[in-house]
Design a protein around this ligand. Structure first.
Ligand SMILES: NC(=O)c1ccc[n+]([C@@H]2O[C@H](COP(=O)([O-])OP(=O)(O)OC[C@H]3O[C@@H](n4cnc5c(N)ncnc54)[C@H](OP(=O)(O)O)[C@@H]3O)[C@@H](O)[C@H]2O)c1
Length: 314
């Protein structure tokens, strides 16, 4: 069944960027990458946010960094938070995509650049981020699906680990996983500097296990996993069945942290609710520690010992 779902997910995604005549007018100012880096649904949603999201009062003081904020869920989250008045640093893979992000997300505080599939760039990205000072919230959102397993491993698994370990600890961390993590395995023995053995499902099991490990190791940081649902981004494909707005609004809701339900750590969320249907291996303390050890062996970057975060949530 999971295999069938995965294949359907893949086929729908291939159709994602097909131009459609009734969406042609959405491309009127050339922004948002209609049918290139965003589906019509994402473009429509970006325009919806632009029109309807108002600054909140008092002006929010939180500073937020979102990886993979040049498209899809990351971009929708960034757009909403910027419109609400948050200080948002966006992340792009290269200069060209940084330029697109500058156009699509006016009001962003800064753009940091780094290709997450290249470890030296991930390390340089961590230094760029640290040079900008401390963050309240970091969202590890960037992800890939339609590519080779070695790139999936680098982008979805190793990069969020290395950034977590090298970037100054924020007060809150959010890791974007997927329902497909349930079909994954940790495959710790395969975790080398590079491997072709770790697929998308495995990578999403890694990132959720990482979220839980961080919650346990750093009790003064709120660390949670989120699954956005199968939504109509370039990855999910036009026509994907779950509600796109609920997907990114869950990230916004966690960042805002106004609801009692958000004042938690070590949870996995779906549509603003704690998700109870997940692979229990992620709660296994020995498995969490073994994953952190495997990350150290694969990257040479140790998981830092806990140091108290200044102004952390107590
Ligand atoms: N869409 C779904 O149905 C779904 C379901 C479950 C989980 N998710 C998860 O949700 C997250 C966001 O996905 P999405 O649906 O918004 O996908 P998306 O529209 O394809 O956006 C992915 C983002 O990640 C960035 N990215 C990819 N590879 C990168 C690299 N090597 N270096 C730097 N940035 C890179 C992309 O940059 P470019 O624009 O330059 O490529 C883009 O900003 C992912 O972690 C994904 O696994 C999505």
């Amino acid at each position: 069944m999971k295999r069938v779902l995965t294949i359907v997910f893949f086929l729908m995604s291939l159709a994602a960027c097909q131009a459609s005549p009734d969406t042609a007018d959405q491309n009127r100012d050339g922004r948002y990458g209609l049918n290139t880096y965003n589906t019509p649904e994402v473009v429509e949603e970006l325009r919806y946010i632009e029109k309807n999201t108002k600054p909140v009062s008092p002006t929010p003081v939180k500073r937020v960094l979102i990886t993979g904020s040049t498209a899809g869920i990351g971009q929708l989250t960034a757009k909403t938070l910027i419109k609400k008045g948050y200080k948002v640093v966006v992340h792009a893979r290269n200069e060209k995509r940084a330029k697109d992000a500058g156009q699509d997300l006016p009001g962003a505080e800064a753009v940091v650049i780094g290709d997450l599939s290249a470890m030296d760039e991930v390390k340089r990205l961590a230094h760029q981020i640290n040079a900008l000072g401390n963050f309240d919230v970091i969202i590890h959102n960037a992800g890939v699906y339609h590519t080779t397993t070695d790139v999936i491993y680098q982008v979805n698994s190793l990069a969020p680990y290395v950034l977590t370990a090298l970037v100054h600890k924020p007060k809150q961390l959010i890791y974007v996983s997927s329902n497909l993590h349930r079909g994954g395995r940790l495959k710790l023995e395969s975790m080398k500097e590079t491997t072709t053995d770790i697929d998308y499902n495995d990578s999403k099991l890694h990132i959720l296990t990482l979220a839980k490990a961080v919650a346990r190791k750093w009790p003064d940081v709120r660390s949670n996993g989120v699954r956005p649902g199968w939504v109509a981004t370039r990855m999910g494909g036009s026509g994907a069945p779950d509600n796109l707005r609920s997907g990114y609004e869950t990230l916004v809701w966690l960042v805002e942290g106004k609801d009692e339900a958000t004042q938690t750590t070590g949870e996995f969320f779906f549509q603003k609710h704690v998700e109870s249907d997940y692979n229990r291996i992620v709660d296994d303390v020995a498995a969490q520690d073994a994953l952190l050890d495997a990350y150290f062996r694969a990257t040479g970057v140790p998981f830092p010992k806990n140091q108290h975060v200044k102004g952390a949530y107590e």
